[in-house]
Structure formats: structure tokens, C-alpha cells
Design a protein around this ligand. Sequence first.
Ligand code: BTN
Length: 322
Amino acid sequence: MQKKILDILLNADDFISGQEISENLGVSRQAVWKSINALKEKGYEIQSVTNRGYRLVSSPNYLNESSLKSHLHNKIIGKNLIVLDSVDSTNDYLKKLGNNGCENGTVVIARGQTKGKGRLGRTWQSKKDDGIEFSVLLRPNAAPSEVSAITPLAGLAVCKAIREYTKLDCVIKWPNDIIVGKKKLVGILTEMSAEFDAVEYVITGIGINVDHTSFPEEIAFKATSLLLETGRHIDKNEFLACVLSHIENEFVKNNLELTPTALAEYTDLCATVGRSVTFQRGTRRISGMAVGVSEHGELKVMMSDGTICLVNSGEVTVQGIY
Ligand code: BTN
């Protein structure tokens, strides 16, 4: 009932009377009034004026389905949308849905995660409502070796969305961190379920630091948030809709491949290219100069003897960044 009333208020251009809502939903005006009060308690600002009715002034600034849907116009990514209060990890939750056959483009969002996962076995920690943590499931008709562009395309999309929405000059630290200056704003973790020659699904999990004002000691030197960088709180639902729209756009336009255009855009925004980097090969740490990104998303590193080494995973330290 609250959800139905919220939908009515979200779609109304002006005041709408309690009488009209009650007739519309076939419930008493008393019931409408009660639900309105419950919505106000949840943080919705609803103006009520005698003889005119109710008008939604603002939605609470936490992720919620109604508000997100009112901003989202995608055809695939987020058509099936699940917003959770709290979950262990949106990637793990979506894996279960994936195993049960959920549709291509399903998105799971959580206001808080209790066991958020990072790359290379690390954790991703964020207080409830501080960040935007979500996962996107795709069912590409492809072999495991053919889906390597999904993560860089997602990184490119998120980077473009942040630049557009906040005007921050953020860039990509290969393979998929988004940074401002020398500090990380976004992390991406992609996981896959596949048979030998066919992908069942790919899950791309994205964590964006939004309202954080502090970080755990061990990452404080290299982490930042949109609030710390811009000094402003953003509308999380509107911003996430913008991010999802960029993700759909990059995925569809590039047919899940690093097309020449996508690769050029990615390379342009990649702060790693043109810098000295250090990476691990077996037991050795190797240094070289990052000179580009391959069509499979690998980092091209030029060694001191002029040969090119392709790096496709693991931790790369970039001189002057982290
Ligand atoms: C990294 O930089 O190490 C990757 C971090 C990925 C975090 C996101 S938050 C949403 C999704 N769910 C998870 O458990 N992890 C990813």
C-alpha cells in the first residue's frame, strides 16, 4: 500500500487529494493518511494542504526502489531491479539468483553489505548508506575467453557517469579502479560462472564511495569519496540511474567488446598509461613503462629491452599513484 501511494505521488505533477488516492486504490482515506505518515517516518517529505491534498517534496537520500525507478529508463540493465536493506555481498546474492535463472541485466543493490568482497581476496567495507554498492548480471552468448571487455567497459561507463554527474576529473587506474588525484573512488569486482566453452553468467560488482568522511586506517591514505572531493551530497538514486544508463549504453553500443572507440576512450581516461608500473610475475616483481591497453583489456608494459609484456591480472603499482 505504501509503495502504491508512493508511486501515485511520484507520478503526480501537483497536489493530489486524499479522496482521489483512496478511490484509486479502493481503500479508506484513513488508511491513506496512515500510509502517508509511515512514508514521512521513512524520510519522505510530503506536504499536506487542506482542500488540495498531498504533494511529494523530496525522497530520502538513501537508495530505494521507487525513487531509483523514477529516474531509470534503461531497457536491459536494471529492468529487473532488487534493492535490499542489507546483504552479505550483492555479488553473492546475485550469484544465487543467477543459479536460479534470473534474467539478463538483473541488478541487485544494497544499502549496506556485511561481507562486501574486493579483488584479490580483500574485503570491501562501507557503512550503511555511505556508498553505492551494486551488482549487474549478464548472460552473454559467449565463451569465457570472449567476455574480458565487460569489466573495462563497466569501468569506462562509471568513470563517464561520475565525470558527467559531478564534473570531477576522475580517471581509471588499470584495470578497474576509478580515482581522483591519487585516491580511489570506485572498485569493481567481476565474477563468472561458466562451463568449459560457454558462459552461464557474468556478475560485475561495483562499489562507489559517496558519503564517506573517513576510511579504515589501512586504506585511508589511498581512498576518497564524492563528498570529500566535491563537498556536496548527491541524490544517490538519481546518480545511480545515471551510472546504470552509462553502463547499458557502453555494453549495448560496443556489443560487450572493447571496440576501437571504447578502447580509445578507455586509454584516454587511463592514468596508468604513460607511467612506470611494477607488477608481479610468479615470484618476481617486474617494472616497466605502461604504454597502452590491448583489445582484451590487458595492460601493455614496455620492458627496458623494448619488448612488450601483457599484464592481465593481479596488482599493479603505478608510480605516483598507489
Ligand atoms: C576492489 O576494488 O577490490 C573491488 C571492490 C568491489 C566492491 C563491490 S561492492 C558491490 C559488489 N559486492 C561485493 O561484495 N563486492 C562488489
